[in-house]
Design a protein around this ligand. Structure first.
Ligand code: BEZ
Length: 251
């Protein structure tokens, strides 16, 4: 899993769209008061707080101590813990697991799926969204081309963006039966005139590895991506989402 250190405050203020865009996942989850729900990769706790307020018995986990600290500060009283999704180690018994915009940070997808399955009771459900095949290819390809022109090595990607068929196999191997899957474009508006540079700094630090002058690199990337990623006075990230629902099979 990525060892990226998150700036939790910046995440909330400039990149709040991550939680906002996951809000309709809660509808899909349709959690009932009293149900036990795990938010796997809870970030700064927005969904944990909403579920808690709805009477759901919810636990949030995140690998980032900075995120968990901010979640506790923002929403006192919620149950959020630091945990690695590859090795959750939470006893099974959750009625449902929710996961938004985190599973693409775990290239060891089989381990994450197995840990999620182990946290669910038989018949328990998973509702998850992650970057899907082709996610942010304009930004990624643009940055890689620029690096190559500067003689920099190929960066090692911390991301995992599967298609439906590949992810169905990962889930099946973990004992999770796919009940729904959607792969769709979601162009996402980035805040501010430096939205693209802010995004790369926040989420794509590997694309800057070994770059001597990051400001100049990001300015060159912005020039290059402007025709495709700057529209109506704003930067847009070419997000592509994979949304899945699955049920843990009884073994
Ligand atoms: C995503 O939500 O798709 C994403 C966010 C940051 C980096 C890569 C992907």
């Amino acid at each position: 899993m990525s060892t990226h250190r998150w700036n939790a405050e910046l995440y909330d203020t400039r990149h709040a769209f991550v939680a906002d865009l996951g809000a309709d996942l809660l509808e899909l989850l349709d959690a009932r008061p009293g149900e036990r729900v795990l938010d796997a990769g809870c970030g700064t706790g927005v969904h944990v707080s909403a579920l808690h307020a709805a009477g759901v018995d919810v636990v949030g986990v995140d690998a980032s101590p900075e995120m968990v600290e901010r979640a506790r500060a923002r929403f006192p009283g919620i149950d959020v813990r630091v945990a690695d999704l590859r090795t959750l180690g939470l006893p099974g018994g959750f009625d449902a697991v929710l996961s938004n915009a985190v599973l693409h940070w775990i290239p060891e997808a089989d381990r994450a799926a197995a840990a999620i399955a182990a946290a669910l009771r038989p018949g328990g459900r998973l509702v998850a969204e992650l970057g899907g095949a082709g996610n942010i290819s304009a930004i990624d390809t643009g940055a890689r081309r620029l690096r190559a022109e500067l003689g920099l090595p190929e960066p090692v990607s911390p991301w995992y963006f599967p298609g439906i068929a590949d992810y169905a196999q990962v889930l099946a191997a973990a004992g999770l039966e796919l009940t729904g899957a959607w792969l769709f474009d979601r162009p996402t508006r980035l805040a501010g005139q430096d939205g693209l540079a802010d995004w790369v700094r926040m989420f794509g630090a590997h694309l800057l590895d070994g770059v001597a002058d990051t400001d100049a690199f990001l300015a060159a990337l912005a020039d290059r991506l402007r025709p495709t990623c700057f529209q109506d006075g704003a930067w847009w990230a070419d997000y592509r989402r994979l949304r899945v629902t699955a049920t843990r099979v009884a073994r």
